[in-house]
Design a protein around this ligand. Structure first.
Ligand code: HPA
Length: 287
């Protein structure tokens, strides 16, 4: 069975389970941010284990299920838990859920993550909208034959494609506006993706800062790349769960990452609940 057939099979099964729900927007919840799924009304929960070919997360704090339902009255599909390359999954497996979202007909996604803050002035618990990324993972999820059938828009699914606006300007503008309505400032930042699982050394963080990164993390970028391959618009939001290595007073730990995530979940849920209807309206007006 080809990878494309596996994605199709997973998507068909999900469509059969979701019935009348046809998600318009996909949302991926990062480390420590899983409780955002509580904001979904009329939730239908599908464990990854019940979906053929779906990879399962082995990381504490990533529960591994799809929560489909309404967020701000808009049908969405939330991935509660993602898988990472450092868990031993292949690039194709890491991006399988994003391919399935595309096959479900989703045309925009919100990718959230926990990240280390590199830029001076960032504080722990702050949310940052991604304006761009640097792929420092040493691989690309599109290695291998091109599969144009993954395209969700005309002109997408190409072997070579533009990444100038990997993160949608219009979705970012809506996010910044919505954060202001919620009473906080949403900064913009550049996300450096590393494979992990070891955290960085202080010398690496100094190098990344010089390279132009303001955030560092172990996810999101592979998903953004396959989303853009399909023609899906991407909004990326990082939660600064810790200051990057060498910048804070304490050693880095997964516990700190999860704990900070939990402190921010409610704010992120409120932001997304207000933002998702605006994204849906924007997509409707100009798909
Ligand atoms: N480095 C890499 N990934 C991370 C970090 C970090 O400091 N914090 C949360 N995810």
């Amino acid at each position: 069975m080809t990878y494309y057939d596996q994605v199709t099979e997973a998507a068909e099964l999900l469509k059969a389970i979701l019935g009348a729900y046809s998600p318009r927007i996909g949302i991926v919840l990062g480390s420590g941010l899983g409780a955002v799924a509580k904001a979904v009304s009329e939730p239908m929960v599908v464990p990854y284990a019940e979906i053929p070919h779906f990879p399962r997360s082995t990381v504490a704090g990533h529960s591994g299920r799809i929560v489909a339902g309404l967020l701000g009255s808009v049908p969405i599909a939330m991935m509660q838990g993602r898988v990472h390359f450092y868990e031993g999954y292949s690039p194709q497996q890491v991006t399988f859920p994003m391919r399935v979202l595309g096959a479900l007909g989703v045309k925009s996604v919100v990718l959230t993550n926990a990240a280390g803050g590199i830029q001076d002035g960032y504080h722990v618990g702050q949310l940052v909208a991604l304006s761009d990324h640097i792929n420092h993972m040493g691989w690309n999820p599109l290695f291998g034959p091109n599969e144009p059938r993954f395209a969700v828009r005309p002109g997408a699914g190409l072997r070579f494609f533009d990444m100038t606006e990997a993160y949608s300007k219009r979705l970012r503008a809506l996010a910044i506006e919505t954060a202001a309505e919620e009473g906080f400032v949403l900064d913009e930042g550049v996300y450096m993706a590393v494979t992990g699982p070891s955290f960085e050394t202080p010398a690496e963080i100094r190098a990344f800062r010089t390279m132009g990164a303001t955030l560092v993390g172990m996810s999101t970028v592979p998903e953004t790349i396959v989303a853009r391959h399909m023609g899906i618009e991407v909004l990326g939001i990082s939660c600064v769960t810790n200051l990057a290595a060498g910048l804070g007073a304490t050693p880095l730990s997964h516990e700190e990452v999860s704990e900070t995530g939990h402190l921010v979940e409610r704010r992120l849920a409120a932001l997304l609940t207000r933002l998702v209807p605006k994204i849906a309206a924007e997509m409707e007006a100009e798909p």
